[in-house]
Ligand binder design. Structure first.
Ligand code: CP
Ligand code: NVA
Length: 313
């Protein structure tokens, strides 16, 4: 049993009601403002997670997620243990369920970046501490909370705003579809036929009243958009890089595409980026790009996610 009174897991945006997501984002905004000017490693005055430890399991590479979660725990007054999946007994065949039962006896929460979504669900089901999805083949909900923070810092509420996703209908696109339903913005996704987003996510969002449109025309998707978002054409675990480059070639976010969007449209990309592939250098390095704020906001959003999971907000 955990020493804390945890709220719950953070596995996907669709699992959480809008008021919880709103509360997490509002907390992230407030805590970000309070920390302005403090050294990055300094502990927040109220140290809300003092005495708490997060285990971080990585089955895939990471730069932003690894550093932002580790710094989040430090700022919240807690600590973290970083584990590479392949170096654990998990990598030699110990079951996910047994791993979950054991880890739950040592730490207060688990963050996991997994090859398959089922691993994250199984960890959550078999363990007794909150589990946070830090990217799977299905989704990337922590990224979308940082994206929402970045969008709201610029636009205020995103309700009834228009967002365009151009490129691969991947894990980040799935979480964006869920965010559209949860935060009330219109979403148009321009993806090639073979790389459309998950039909399950789209059907769920539409059943929730979400305004989701699929097209194969990037210019059409960008038309009048308040934000244009893309991601790599080849995600971790994708084996068909050549076919993807061919199919996704016409879906590069170019200055022409940004010119179709509204005059103050924002460009977002979860990073890592590939200039000259999914995005032109002039766009990601241009004045409409907010990718560095977006990357920073991983830290602020995740601090609030951690505090919510552990019942502190
Ligand atoms: N955006 C993101 O999750 O980056 P990393 O893969 O570097 O963690
Ligand atoms: N879609 C990308 C996101 C990386 C942060 C991937 O899964 O590799």
């Amino acid at each position: 049993m955990s020493a804390t009174a945890p709220n719950s897991h953070f596995l996907d945006l669709k699992d959480l009601p809008p008021d919880v997501l709103r509360h997490i984002l509002d907390t992230a905004k407030a805590w970000k403002a309070v920390r302005a000017g403090m050294p990055r490693g300094a502990v927040d005055e109220d140290a809300p997670l003092a005495g708490h430890t997060l285990a971080m399991i990585f089955e895939k590479s990471s730069t932003r997620t690894r550093i932002s979660f580790e710094m989040a725990m430090r700022q919240l007054g807690g600590s973290s243990v970083v584990l590479q999946g392949a170096a654990m007994q998990l990598g030699r065949g110990e079951s996910v369920a047994d791993t979950a039962r054991v880890i739950s006896r040592y730490v207060d929460a688990v963050m996991v970046r997994a090859e398959t979504h089922a691993t994250v669900v199984e960890l959550a089901d078999a363990g007794t501490v909150p589990v946070i999805n830090a990217l799977t083949d299905r989704s990337h909900p922590c990224q979308l909370m940082a994206d929402m923070l970045t969008l709201e810092e610029h636009f205020g509420s995103m309700e009834r705003r228009r967002v365009a996703w151009i490129g691969d209908g991947n894990n980040v696109a799935t979480s964006l579809i869920e965010a559209a339903a949860r935060f009330g913005f219109s979403l148009v996704l321009a993806c090639p036929e073979d790389y459309r987003p998950s039909g399950d996510a789209t059907a769920w969002a539409e059943a929730e009243g979400g305004d989701i449109t699929l097209t194969q025309d990037p210019l059409d998707a960008a038309s009048g958009a308040d934000a244009v978002i893309t991601d790599t054409w080849v995600s971790m675990g994708d084996a068909d890089a050549d076919a993807r480059a061919q199919a996704l070639g016409p879906f590069q976010v170019t200055p022409d595409i940004m010119n179709k969007a509204s005059a103050d449209a924002m460009f977002l990309h979860c990073l890592p980026a590939h200039r000259g592939e999914e995005v032109a250098a002039e766009v990601i390095d241009g004045p409409q790009s907010a990718v560095w704020d977006e990357a920073e906001n991983r830290l602020h959003a995740q601090k609030a996610i951690l505090a919510w999971c552990l019942g502190k907000i």
